[in-house]
Design a protein around this ligand. Structure first.
Ligand code: SF4
Length: 274
């Protein structure tokens, strides 16, 4: 994976710009744009709200179009919490989650959603999975401190690549921001938030992967048992974008055939598209 490295964008600055577009105040609450709510099969069944807007531009993001075009409508946290808990109750799900974009943008919205879940008396029977790229939690450690007040939150930090260079290739962001993802893990662990690290392995090499594991276990020796590996899923629009960017996973998953796709096969798929 040899590529020239550009400067890349600053995802903290992008976050500030995106927040202005995807947040507004309604009746004294911080509302955020969502492009849907659904019961999904993730984690064995979870009530899911799809937030609009992200501060990264991962080459394999399935929701990139929604995030770039800012589709959706504004929802108050009280309504979001109501929808999520109602879906979970009706489907007997334990898990509720936000997906689609980055939930830590507009942090006061997220905190208000958590407050309402608690106020509705659901925080003992439900778990909130916070799927995050970690950038803002690494940038502002107060976020981790605030999250620690909600014992029903489990953070899943999705680390983009295993090194600064792989992070840049995947996201196009300035490579040093990779380290904010690791800082996020540290901030969460230091504040006692249950944390799982999800590593996108498809673009890592052996060396960068082992270095990442060393860094994560240096943060917390118990972290080794809380690391999950993820492989890029070649949905048609993801395949198209990876081929166009010449970004090649050494291993991927065909989500339709449910098969493993190795590099040779991936190259063939790209050639067939051309
Ligand atoms: S961090 Fe997640 S939502 Fe944001 S671009 Fe990457 S994959 Fe998409």
């Amino acid at each position: 994976m040899s590529k020239a490295f550009g400067i890349g964008y600053n995802p903290v600055e992008v976050a500030k710009t995106v927040e202005k577009i995807v947040a507004t105040e309604i009746d004294g609450e911080v509302a955020r744009k969502y492009f849907g709510f659904a019961s999904t099969k993730f984690y064995g069944g979870s009530a899911t709200g799809y937030v609009t807007g992200c501060n990264l531009s991962c080459a394999y993001c399935w929701s990139w179009k929604a995030n770039k075009t800012f589709i959706g409508s504004f929802y108050k946290p009280s309504v979001v919490a109501q929808k999520l808990t109602q879906i979970a109750l009706s489907k007997k799900h334990v898990y509720i989650r936000l997906s689609g974009g980055e939930p830590t943008l507009v942090i006061n919205h997220l905190l208000q959603v958590l407050d309402y879940v608690k106020a509705f008396g659901r925080s003992r029977e439900m778990l909130f999975i916070l799927e995050t790229n970690g950038i803002m939690i690494g940038y502002d450690k107060l976020i981790a401190k605030k999250l620690s007040e909600y014992s029903f939150v489990i953070a899943r930090v999705s680390v983009k690549g295993c090194s600064e260079e792989e992070f840049y290739m995947i996201t196009g962001a300035e490579k040093s921001f990779f380290n904010l993802q690791l800082q996020a893990v540290k901030n969460l662990v230091d504040n006692g938030v249950k944390t799982i690290v999800v590593v996108m392995l498809s673009f890592c090499n052996k060396e960068s992967f082992s270095q990442l594991i060393e860094k994560l276990t240096a943060i917390d020796t118990a972290m080794a048992s809380n690391i999950e590996l993820e492989y890029v899923k070649l949905y048609p629009n993801v395949l198209k974008r990876l081929c166009k960017k010449d970004l090649k996973p050494w291993i991927a998953i065909d989500p339709i055939k449910k098969e493993v796709v190795k590099l040779d096969e991936f190259n063939k798929l790209c050639r067939n598209r051309a």
